[in-house]
Design a protein around this ligand. Structure first.
Ligand code: AGP
Length: 613
C-alpha cells in the first residue's frame, strides 16, 4: 500500500524522488521520507503527515546527491509518526531501507536481533530488514549478497529497496510475493525504481518488472536480476504506452472529478479496436480464448474486491443473460479461504484496477492451484494480475489516481459485456442479428455517458440537500442492484456518511424499518426489466416518509410524482444501463464530499492499492 521511489544517476536525486512520491501519494499518505547519499553519508528526512510536510522539511534542510530512495507510508505496524516513517537506517548509519508489505515473522526476528545487540528505533516491522542486512555485511559480503541472505529470513510479501553509503554505485531491490510490484525504469546513464509506474513514466517508458522472489542490483548503466536462490534471470524490457500527462489533475480540483469526466474517453478507448462493427464481432486477443476453450467452460467465478467486485456483479447478469454460462461472484478475500469447487472446466476471472490487490492475487493463486482457466481484467499495465493470468483484458482507462474508483468501474462493465458476447459467439449460442444489435448498442455508450456528465448541475443540487445527512440507503434491482452497492460505497468512502446498498426487494425484510423523513433513499429506477418492481419500491419508501432521490430515465412521467429529487439519465439499452446509472451517483458522492470540505482524493484510512491482507 506504500509508495516507493529510487534513483541513481547524474541528476539530483531529491527532486526526482519527491516528484515520484507525489505521483504515488495516493497509495499511502500518513507519513513520508527519503534518504540520499550526500558526501558519502546517508541523509534521512522523514515526517508524519502528507508529502507536503516532507517537501517542507527538505526545503528547510536541503539534501542533494545522485543516489536516493523515498517512501510514502500507509501504516500497518506502529502509529503514523516521524520515527515510524520510512526510510529506516541501520545501526552503522551506512544502510537504509524502504519497504512495502508486512514482515509476518517480525516479532521473532526482532527478538533474535535484539539478542544479537541490535537497537530498534521504530515500532515498525520494516526495521528488522535493515538490521538483518547489517548482520551479513562484511568485507567479503557486500550489499547485494547481504540483502539476498537477509531477505531469505522474511515471511510474508514484500517490495524492498536498499542502499548503502559504502557502495554508492548501486541500489538493491527485491520483490517477494504479492505486496505490490517493483518496477525498474531504464534511462540513459540513469535508473529509476518505483512501486508503481506513474512515479517514473515522466523519465522513461522502458521498464522491467520484478517477479516474485527476484532481486535486482541496479547501477547507472543497467541491472542484474537474480532469483533469491542466486540463479541468474533473463529479464524482459517492456515499453509502456501510458501518457504521464494523464496522471496530472489539470483544470480539475480533484483527480476523482477529472476521472469521472474522463469516462467518455476511457469508454471510447475501451471499445476501440475491440469491436469490428462491420463484421459484428468482438476481438479480445489478449484473452487468448479459443472456441474449444469457450465450449468446455461450465462455470465462471468472478473474484474481486470493493468496486471491482461490484463490476463483477453486473458481469454475472451480463454473462448469464448473453452467454448462458452460470457465474458466481466471490469477494476475493472469501474465495481464497472457502475451498471453492473449481476444476479445469471452470474459468476464474479476477477484476482489479491496480492488479496488485493482495486478496485478489491470492484468489488467483487459489484458482491456479485448482487448475482453473485464469483470466483478469486489469488497469495497471504489467501488474501481477495481468502477468499471472492465462489471458487478460486491459482496461484502457489510463492511470486512476483518486482513491475512489470511477473510470476503472465503468471500463470493466464494458469489458464484461464484450466478454459475454465473445463467449456466446464462440459457443455458437448467439445469433448474428442479436450479436450485431448488442454491438450497435455498445456504440452508443460514450455518448450516453457524456450526456450524463453534462448534467452535473443536477447532482450538485441534490448534493446540497444531502450534504449534512448522516445516513443514506441505496436501492437497486437486477442489473442495477450492484449500482446501489457501488453508489453507497462511493459515498461512504469519501464523505464518511454511513451508506448502505441493498437489493430493493429485500427492503421489506428489514431495512424498511430505518425509513423515516430523515433517511434519504436513493433509488435506481431506469427503464429496465425491473422498472415496475422498482416503482412500487419507491411508493413503499415514500409511504414511510422517506426522502426519495430517484435515478430515472428521461421522459418518465410516473417517478416524479413519487420522488423528491430526480437524477435524470438518458434512455439506454438495459444491459448497458449500469454504465449510465452509476455516473450521477459518482458525481453525487463527489459533490457531497467536496461540499463537506473533505480530502476527496485521499480519504482517511484508505489507500489506492491494498497490498496487505
Ligand atoms: C474503490 O472506490 C475502492 N477504493 C476499493 O473498493 C477498490 O475498488 C478495491 O480496493 C479493489 O481495488 P483493485 O481494483 O485495485 O483491486
Amino acid at each position: 500500500m506504500c509508495g516507493i521511489v529510487g534513483y541513481i544517476g547524474p541528476q539530483d536525486a531529491t527532486p526526482i524522488i519527491l516528484n515520484g512520491l507525489k505521483r504515488l501519494e495516493y497509495r499511502g499518505y500518513d507519513s513520508a521520507g527519503l534518504a540520499v547519499v550526500e558526501n558519502s553519508h546517508i541523509e534521512v528526512r522523514r515526517d508524519v503527515g502528507k508529502l507536503s510536510r516532507l517537501a517542507a522539511l527538505v526545503g528547510e534542510a536541503p539534501v542533494h546527491g545522485h543516489i536516493g530512495i523515498g517512501h510514502t507510508r500507509w501504516a500497518t505496524h506502529g502509529e503514523p509518526s516521524a520515527r515510524n516513517a520510512h526510510p529506516h537506517i541501520g545501526m552503522t548509519g551506512d544502510v537504509v531501507v524502504v519497504h512495502n508489505g508486512i514482515v509476518e515473522n517480525y516479532l521473532e526476528l526482532r527478538e533474535e536481533l535484539i539478542a544479537e545487540g541490535a537497537v530498534f528505533n521504530s515500532d515498525t516491522d520494516t526495521e528488522v530488514i535493515v538490521h538483518l542486512v547489517e548482520r551479513y555485511l562484511s568485507d567479503d559480503c557486500g550489499l547485494p549478497e547481504a540483502a539476498r541472505k537477509a531477505l531469505g529470513h522474511l515471511k510474508g510479501a514484500h517490495g524492498i529497496v536498499l542502499l548503502s553509503s559504502r557502495e554508492p554505485d548501486k541500489i538493491v531491490t527485491a520483490r517477494i510475493g504479492n505486496a505490490g510490484g517493483i518496477v525498474i525504469g531504464l534511462g540513459e546513464g540513469e535508473m529509476f525504481i518505483a512501486s508503481d509506474l506513474p512515479a517514473i513514466l515522466e523519465h522513461t517508458r522502458r521498464v522491467v518488472f520484478l517477479e516474485s522472489r527476484q532481486i535486482a542490483v541496479v547501477n547507472r548503466e543497467g541491472l542484474v536480476v537474480k532469483c533469491l536462490d542466486g540463479m541468474p534471470v533473463n529479464y524482459q524490457v517492456h515499453t509502456v504506452a501510458w501518457d504521464p500527462i494523464a496522471a496530472e489533475k489539470g483544470e480539475y480540483r480533484h483527480f476523482m472529478l477529472k476521472e469521472i469526466h474522463e469516462q467518455v474517453r476511457s469508454l471510447t478507448d475501451t471499445i476501440a479496436g475491440r469491436v469490428d462493427f462491420e463484421d459484428g464481432r468482438v476481438r479480445l486477443p489478449e484473452l487468448r480464448l479459443t472456441a474449444a476453450q469457450a465450449g468446455r467452460i461450465q462455470k465462471i467465478f468472478i473474484t474481486a474486491c470493493g468496486t471491482a467486485a461490484h463490476a463483477g456483479m453486473v458481469g454475472k447478469v451480463l454473462i448469464e443473460h448473453i452467454a448462458r454460462i452460470p457465474v458466481e461472484v466471490d469477494i476475493a478475500s472469501e474465495f481464497r479461504y472457502r475451498n471453492p469447487i473449481v476444476d479445469p472446466n471452470t474459468a476464474v476471472l479476477a477484476i482489479s484496477q491496480s492488479g496488485e490487490t493482495a486478496d485478489t492475487l491470492a484468489a488467483m493463486e487459489e484458482a491456479r492451484h485448482k487448475g482453473a482457466i485464469l483470466w483478469s481484467i486489469v488497469n495497471a499495465i504489467g501488474s501481477q494480475a495481468m502477468r499471472i493470468a492465462d489471458g487478460f483484458i486491459s482496461m484502457q482507462t489510463g492511470p486512476e489516481i483518486g482513491v475512489a474508483s470511477t473510470k476503472a468501474f465503468t471500463a470493466p462493465l464494458v469489458d464484461l459485456y464484450m466478454l459475454a458476447i465473445l463467449l456466446a459467439d464462440l459457443r455458437g449460442t448467439l445469433d448474428a442479428k442479436t450479436r450485431r444489435q448488442y454491438l450497435s448498442d455498445l456504440r452508443l455508450i460514450p455518448d450516453l455517458v457524456g450526456r450524463c456528465l453534462d448534467r452535473e448541475e443536477q447532482a450538485i443540487a441534490v448534493a446540497r440537500t444531502l450534504k449534512d445527512t448522516s445516513h443514506c440507503l441505496y436501492l437497486g434491482r437486477g442489473i442495477n442492484m450492484p449500482i446501489a452497492y457501488e453508489g453507497a460505497l462511493k459515498l461512504k468512502e469519501i464523505s464518511y456518511i454511513h451508506a448502505e446498498g441493498y437489493p430493493a426487494g429485500e427492503m421489506k425484510h428489514g431495512p424498511i424499518a430505518l425509513i423515516d423523513r430523515t433517511m434519504p433513499v436513493i433509488v435506481l429506477a431506469p427503464r429496465d426489466p425491473w422498472y415496475d418492481k422498482m416503482f412500487s419500491q419507491i411508493q413503499q419508501a415514500k409511504a414511510r416518509g422517506g426522502m426519495v432521490v430517484a435515478v430515472a430515465t428521461d421522459g418518465d412521467t410516473l417517478i416524479p410524482n413519487e420522488s423528491d429529487h430526480i437524477l435524470w439519465v438518458p434512455e439506454t439499452p438495459w444491459l448497458l444501463s449500469p454504465v449510465v446509472t452509476v455516473i450521477p451517483l459518482q458525481m453525487l458522492a463527489y459533490h457531497i464530499a467536496a461540499l463537506r470540505g473533505l480530502d476527496v482524493d485521499q480519504p482517511r484510512n484508505l489507500a489506492k492499492s491494498v497490498t496487505v491482507e
